[in-house]
Design a protein around this ligand. Sequence first.
Ligand code: ADP
Ligand code: MG
Length: 326
Amino acid sequence: MAEKLLEIKNVSKIFRIGGMIRGKKLVAVDDVSLSIDSDKPVILSIVGESGCGKSTLCKMVLRLHQPDMGDITLLGRSYKDKKGYDPKQFRLDVQPIFQNPYESFSARKTVDSYLYNTALRLGIAKNRAEADQKVDEALKSVGMSLAVVKGKYPTQFSGGELQRVSIARALITQPKLIIADEPVAAIDASMKMNIVNLFKDLKEKYNVSFIYITHDLSTAYYVSDYIATLYRGCLIEYGPAKEIMDEPAHPYTELLMNAVPRVGDKWKEDLVMPDMEDKEFSIEYCKFAPRCPYATDECRKERPKETYLSDERKVLCYHPLNNGSK
Ligand SMILES: Nc1ncnc2c1ncn2[C@@H]1O[C@H](COP(=O)(O)OP(=O)(O)O)[C@@H](O)[C@H]1O
Ligand SMILES: [Mg+2]
């Protein structure tokens, strides 16, 4: 079997809040395992309500946070292998796109300067003329061009346009993986699908995989090859997008899916979940049990183990739905 592009292996991240003595621990990411194959590009969406650990997980993949437990490998190379780590190669292979494009670009710099920097600093282009060509090519693949962007400042663009430029910048290095953390959360509703659909085109054209992080399932619904659902730091369900959408196995995924607006529905407000309670992060049995309509005594005793429903599908639940066991 081909080497995995990315492998997240039993990764946890614990934040200590408050002092060392009185403070408490918050397990923001709790024993998560996920992988992306390298044989064909995919869009993996990581979904879940605000505060469930999506950004923390993606920051670990981007090496901005170090896991407290577990390991991550990129093309077989462990993040723990400090000697073998080549920061420049890593920046070529893995590119981020952040939530608010106005924060990613300084108001005092022209937008094209970022693209030139990426092209020249990382050695993608040897000189200015080559950089012109790479930058223009990347901008054209997101429906813009150097002629339109050149010399302009962030405020001269709409949020949607600026996010396209962020995507173009990420493409310049011809990355293998783009990590987009809530890339459309700050974008006009009418432009959201437009941006997310771009991922689908670029995936094929550039042979690049995406981790698309979102709390907005209606966009994940249309573009994902795979979906991973997080709940209070735990990966509670993972599998091919269509299967997850049509037949969710975890009661929490079912709850999320029932709230997804389908084509033709009017845009509803974001799904609102009950208040996040810190203590739920430290529950040692099933974290969803307190609000699960199907919970039994078993669920309140011990954390369920990952159960594979098929080669590509797993769930963290004693009583998965839609699979004959209920
Ligand atoms: N640097 C940090 N220090 C302490 N707690 C943090 C830090 N970053 C995130 N958290 C906490 O970890 C949990 C998960 O946060 P986050 O990964 O940002 O969730 P999401 O991206 O899904 O909204 C939240 O309770 C958040 O408050
Ligand atoms: Mg986040």
